[in-house]
Design a protein around this ligand. Structure first.
Ligand code: PLP
Length: 373
């Protein structure tokens, strides 16, 4: 049975060149970057070139990039240190963020007695930015934490407007750019976020590695203490092979972006057309969504919800209903539950997310399997 992987918002397959690059560092170049001998010095040089390369892709300074084990770790660090060390008394976020943000905000609310406010979500999945503007009028030391592209709907935030509002109101801005890094071009000299986080496994790199951008002159305190790695901000021997893999993956994503964006966009259009033929009443969730993610409500009975992913899985088809952590649940995800009508929440939904490795045959296989449900 040919397997069909259409869950690229959960994670992506590594590119062959990334594996080759990583294998080289696993096999031949295994030094500890903190060692002073030649093995260590070579590893250190490699590490710093990866940092420079990543910085170049997003037009940041190399000194503004710190490597972490994941975007989750990076978000925990930024939000915690902003509250603990930068005097932040309020986090403004939204109920449709990833749990890395939501759960961290809740813990900080309890631990530090700060307030957490949620920007409402409009009925089409967009953020109510006018409401954010109103929140920001209150003079409270604030960090805003909103994601660039929603991992369940693909909805793209008007980040330029959000950043502008934050700057006008002296609020810090942290952006979870996990779903947009490597898929959208941005320039961190122009886009004045204070912090952004990314994760290699979403752009065809390895799991267990990510990075955080911290704008020059913003001083966070570590949450992990130990050695002097990452200038003392994030102790622990650096995972050189992972970092090198991440750097290669990001470079290739941007190198091939134009071609792959076009290819994937065409696949998405094809998928929508095929779904509409099979299910004329299918609803596409969202307003302005990224080219690789779509989330649809199928005009099927609610009784099909429980078996949907399972039935597709036994046919070798991988999609999801929301983020990977909640894919086993028959309840709507915390994201869709926030803005879909009660009626739509009772129907099965599927998130389909593509990469350049997918083909029209994959789409045909999925649509056929959905028809057989
Ligand atoms: N934020 C978003 C939008 C995501 O999609 C994910 C991954 O599921 C994360 C954060 C967490 O990233 P990581 O797997 O690096 O912890």
């Amino acid at each position: 049975m040919k397997k069909i992987y259409l869950d690229n918002a959960a994670t992506t397959a590594l590119r062959e060149e990334v594996i080759t690059e990583m294998m080289h560092f696993l096999r031949d170049n295994f030094g500890n970057p903190s060692s002073s001998h030649s093995f260590g010095r070579t590893a250190k040089t490699v590490l710093e070139s990866a940092r420079k390369n990543i910085a170049k892709q997003v037009n940041a300074l190399a000194s503004e990039i710190i490597f972490t084990s994941s975007a989750t770790e990076a978000t925990n660090w930024v939000l915690r240190s902003a509250v603990k060390d930068l005097g932040v008394k309020r986090i403004i976020t939204s109920k449709i963020e990833h749990h890395a943000t939501l759960h961290t905000a809740l813990v900080l609310e309890r631990e530090y007695n700060i307030s957490v406010e949620y920007v409402p979500v409009l009925s089409d999945g967009r953020m109510d930015i006018d409401k954010l503007e109103q929140f920001l009028e209150q003079d409270i030391p604030t960090i805003v934490s909103l994601m660039h592209v929603n991992n369940e709907t693909g909805e793209i935030l008007d980040l330029n407007r959000v950043v502008k509002l934050c700057k006008e109101n002296n609020a810090l801005i942290h952006c979870d750019m996990v779903q947009s890094t490597g898929k959208m071009i941005f320039d961190l000299q122009e886009l004045k976020v204070d912090f952004m986080v990314a994760s290699a496994h979403k752009f065809h790199g390895p799991k267990g590695v990510g990075f955080v951008f911290i704008r020059k002159n913003t001083i966070l305190q570590p949450i992990i203490y130990g050695g002097e790695q990452e200038k003392g901000f994030r102790a622990g021997t650096e995972a050189v092979h992972q970092i090198v893999g991440m750097s290669k993956a990001l470079e290739l994503s941007y190198l091939h972006l134009e071609k792959e964006e076009k290819y994937i966009s065409d696949l998405k259009v094809y998928c929508i057309s095929q779904l509409k033929i099979a299910f004329p009443e299918v609803k596409i969730i969202g307003n302005t969504t990224l080219y690789n993610i779509m989330n649809v409500i199928l005009p099927l009975e609610s009784s099909k919800i429980g078996m949907l992913l399972f039935s597709l899985d036994i046919k070798g088809i991988a999609v999801s209903r929301g983020s990977a952590c909640q894919s086993g649940s028959s309840k709507p995800s915390h994201v869709l539950g926030e803005f879909l009508t009660v009626e739509d929440q009772q129907k099965p939904n599927v998130r389909i997310s593509f990469s350049h490795f997918n083909t029209k045959e994959d789409v045909d296989g999925l649509v056929q399997a959905l028809k057989e449900l």
